[in-house]
Design a binder for this molecule. Structure first.
Ligand SMILES: Cc1cc2nc3c(=O)[nH]c(=O)nc-3n(C[C@H](O)[C@H](O)[C@H](O)COP(=O)(O)OP(=O)(O)OC[C@H]3O[C@@H](n4cnc5c(N)ncnc54)[C@H](O)[C@@H]3O)c2cc1C
Length: 380
């Protein structure tokens, strides 16, 4: 989703988005409005890397296998495999391995590491620094809906072939611009103008999502809940992720900037909201909806647009160059057990402002190549 990405094919903007783009870029030349992304449907729903791995004949996939811990050698502390529960029968089995790749998504990978205690790893696997579970983050979300009177109606996006399961995935993206700390990144916006179906020649609808950067704090942390267990008797994670003054201020600025952009190019916002609350403008949110629906929207907005709504969670097993302050080395290897790599976004030392997936995929490939290279050359 970044503007310097190389897309598989060109992604087009709707006519309304082209007008919006022109208006924003004329007013603020340093603020770019670009296409969000190009995603074409894959007729085979199995992702390509899995297909290719399967084609080698070397891949075994264990279905219905709920991993509960990573096993380790009592003497060396190195990973020896994974212990898992059959979802249907409850039977416990172990898969043994020379090297282990853990990539269960941030909260779950941290939970599994914390649940993998042993004599060598008394506070959780990879927790000799005390950093496991700490520095957990999610990005700062805001959501805005409204209309854009300079464009009428709506248009479908025909950049990519139609997907039988999902709506077209395009839209517009406004990357981080000048203001703020460019090195860390402050916030960006993704959204759509004139994509939502409406009747007749009415003002085009617009919708935007903002994503802001959260800083890593040691006490924003995932721990194991000692009182509650899931269906497989594994302790559930307890998550503490609280915004500090830095985040409150950034979120305010993120919302004010989006309000100003939309207003100054001739748009009308109905509402903008974030974990700091819901602000309605003009005739308010969904003015044509019935009173009960509007009541329910207001009631539930706070509960759903809360911390965590950005769904771009990161941290908890952060990588770093100093083993006293991080869980993973710069190649995602657990410092305390280097034949185990953790390659999901729990490895991120910062939250960033973009979707996490491409970085997770790139890190995973890089970490796996390094692991295989070390294993083959006897350095592991
Ligand atoms: C609604 C939504 C929209 C999003 N949109 C975007 C977007 O536009 N762009 C973007 O970059 N990111 C987006 N994200 C974030 C993106 O989905 C994640 O970054 C990405 O899926 C992370 O990949 P992952 O492989 O680390 O984790 P996952 O995709 O969650 O994969 C983890 C896998 O591990 C399995 N697993 C977990 N625990 C266990 C266990 N104990 N035993 C066995 N298996 C286990 C799970 O079943 C799952 O298959 C979105 C997220 C959501 C929820």
């Amino acid at each position: 989703t970044l503007p310097d990405g190389i897309y598989a094919k060109p992604a087009s903007l709707t006519p309304a988005e082209q007008i919006f783009k022109q208006a924003v870029e004329n007013r603020w030349p340093e603020r770019h409005v670009v296409s969000w992304r190009y995603i074409a449907p894959d007729a085979d729903r199995m992702p390509r890397p899995l297909r290719e791995a399967k084609a080698t004949g070397e891949l075994t996939i264990r279905y219905d296998a709920v991993v509960r811990r990573i096993t380790t050698d009592e003497k060396t502390g190195r990973a020896t495999g994974a212990e898992y529960i059959d979802r249907n029968t409850g039977a416990v089995s172990t898969a043994r391995a020379a090297t282990v790749v853990l990539s269960a998504s941030p909260i779950e990978s941290v939970r599994l590491l914390l649940n993998s205690v042993s004599a060598k790893h008394p506070d959780g696997l990879g927790n000799s620094s005390g950093a496991l579970g700490r520095y957990f983050m999610d990005q700062l979300p805001c959501l805005a809906f409204g209309s854009f009177s300079k464009a009428k109606g709506w248009a479908p996006d025909d950049s990519a072939p139609t997907d039988p399961f999902y709506n077209p995935s395009g839209g517009i993206f406004i990357p981080r611009f000048e203001e703020g700390d460019a090195a860390r990144g402050d916030f960006d916006y993704q959204g759509s103008v004139g994509r939502a179906p409406i009747f007749g020649d009415r003002d085009a609808r617009l919708a935007f999502f903002g994503f802001g950067r959260m800083l890593p704090y040691a006490d924003n942390r995932i721990t194991l809940d000692v009182r509650r267990r899931d269906a497989w008797n594994i302790p559930v994670p307890h998550i503490r992720c609280v915004m500090q003054e830095e985040e409150q201020a950034l979120l305010r600025k993120q919302e004010e900037t989006l309000i100003a952009i939309i207003k100054q190019v001739g748009g009308d916002l109905e509402f903008i909201g974030s974990p700091t609350g819901l602000k309605e403008m003009g005739k308010g949110a969904f003015p044509e909806a019935d009173a009960f629906s509007r009541f329910m929207f207001r009631k539930w907005f706070r509960k759903t647009m809360c911390m965590g709504a950005a769904i771009h969670e990161t941290g908890g097993a952060r990588m770093g160059e100093n083993r006293q302050a991080s869980v993973l080395n710069p190649y995602n290897q657990v410092w305390d057990s280097p034949n185990l790599i953790v390659t999901d976004a729990s490895a991120f030392p910062g939250s960033g402002i973009a979707g996490t997936t491409l970085t997770v995929m790139a890190l995973t490939i890089r970490a796996c190549r390094n692991l295989v290279d070390q294993y083959r050359t006897g350095r592991l």
